[in-house]
Design a binder for this molecule. Structure first.
Ligand SMILES: *[C@@H]1O[C@H](CO)[C@@H](O)[C@H](O)[C@H]1NC(C)=O
Ligand SMILES: *[C@@H]1O[C@H](CO)[C@@H](O)[C@H](O)[C@H]1NC(C)=O
Ligand SMILES: *[C@@H]1O[C@H](CO)[C@@H](O)[C@H](O)[C@H]1NC(C)=O
Length: 349
């Protein structure tokens, strides 16, 4: 459970960082002593759609989108695989070093690296990030403006001092985040245009656990992740009694979310005055679902829909696991199209 929570923490972080603009993101996760979970996992995403995957149980980097297959060759994936094979060992070392810094002996630990860039194709705004986490909390974070490192944890302070001294390396990271990363992002968006520029409307259903539970409006299968659910009474948006959930990633690259409304104090004759509206930005067609006792699914009639979030949690855990903190320094090679290969180790202790 602990692991799931940690990974979710970063996942929701990732989703909230990515707005309407385009994003290219990489998540590295190194873990120790987590049963049935690969020790090292890399996930690459364009606009929150996973386009590549590597994990230590298969020891291969593989494309996850057809357009990614088209713009790469076998040599590309060999090179990626080789790089990640090496990085895997670094993450093993990093976990050891981190445990040592935090005075821990064994147990479940996670080292995470999260980096990428965002590019707004309307205003041309570019942002980048490069941050490391340990056990679900920020460990050391790159400050793009000053090209120095911020250490939210005192245990990272030695790392900060060492990395700050490497001005060339820091400039390289900055150049990667603000130039190369964006160049690749533009390329990916261009190649993946059909997939990445599409809009998918979700299927929306009303769910209720027990007759006294809130009614949940659940939308799944939408793309991109700019969906919004509004509960209304007589056509007026409600805020009171509404509990909105986070946007979660489905395994097929679409998204789901739900918003609950507590109707327990409302006479069931009045329920029909309420409706749930799903909106997707850029799409004019709202999906309006009127509250009607007859269409609300309960766990009796549809126990599956209640466990969807759990299934998704597991799928997300395995397919899009995330992250990694660190003690190595990433060196970005100019050679395309591998934003993640060729790391050079900097032991920082
Ligand atoms: C990556 O590691 C796996 C397992 O150790 C090995 O079989 C494979 O040949 C390696 N691939 C490359 C390209 O280094
Ligand atoms: C660029 O976008 C970020 C958020 O993505 C925002 O904080 C920043 O103010 C924007 N900068 C400009 C110049 O618009
Ligand atoms: C539905 O599930 C909840 C717990 O998840 C349980 O308390 C409730 O009795 C179930 N309702 C029905 C009608 O089976």
């Amino acid at each position: 459970m602990k692991i799931k929570r940690i990974i979710f923490l970063f996942l929701s972080y990732a989703v909230s960082v990515a707005g309407v603009s385009n994003s290219l993101q990489y998540f590295y996760t190194g873990s120790s002593e987590v049963p049935n979970f690969p020790e090292f996992v890399v996930v690459g995403m364009v606009n929150d759609v996973q386009m590549m995957h590597y994990d230590s149980s298969i020891s291969r980097a593989v494309p996850k989108q057809d357009w990614m297959k088209k713009i790469t060759d076998a040599q590309y994936w060999d090179t990626e695989t080789e790089g990640f094979n090496n990085t895997r060992q670094l993450f093993r070392d990093n976990i050891e070093i981190a445990q040592w810094r935090f005075i821990q002996t064994g147990g479940v630990h996670i080292v995470q690296l999260f980096y990428g860039c965002e590019w707004d194709d309307e205003v041309g705004n570019i942002t980048g990030y490069h941050r490391y986490g340990y056990d679900g909390e920020d460990f050391i974070v790159f400050d793009l403006k000053t090209e120095t490192w911020i250490a939210p944890k005192e245990q990272a302070f030695i790392t900060k001092l060492n990395w700050d001294r490497d001005a060339d390396g820091n400039t390289e990271i900055k150049n990667y985040l603000t130039q190369e990363c964006v160049d690749w992002l533009k390329k990916y968006v261009n190649y993946g245009r059909y997939t990445l520029m599409r809009t998918d409307l979700p299927s929306v259903s009303l769910l209720q656990k027990t007759p006294s539970s809130p009614v949940s409006c659940h939308a799944t299968g939408f793309y991109p992740n700019t969906g919004k659910i509004v509960w209304r009474k007589d056509g007026e948006e409600l805020h009171e009694g509404v509990n909105k959930g986070e946007i979660l990633t489905n395994n097929d690259g679409t998204f789901q979310m739900s918003a609950d409304l507590d109707l327990s104090a409302i006479a069931s004759d009045d329920w029909k005055r309420y409706d749930c509206v799903f909106q997707l930005s850029g799409v004019n067609k709202d999906i309006i679902t009127k509250v009607d006792k007859a269409v609300i699914k309960t766990n009796e009639s549809n126990s599956l829909s209640m466990i969807i979030p759990v299934i998704v949690a597991v799928v997300v855990l395995v397919a899009t696991a995330i992250i990694a903190f660190i003690i190595y320094k990433k060196r970005i090679d100019k050679r395309p199209p591998c934003p993640v290969e060729n790391h050079e180790v900097h032991e920082v202790i």
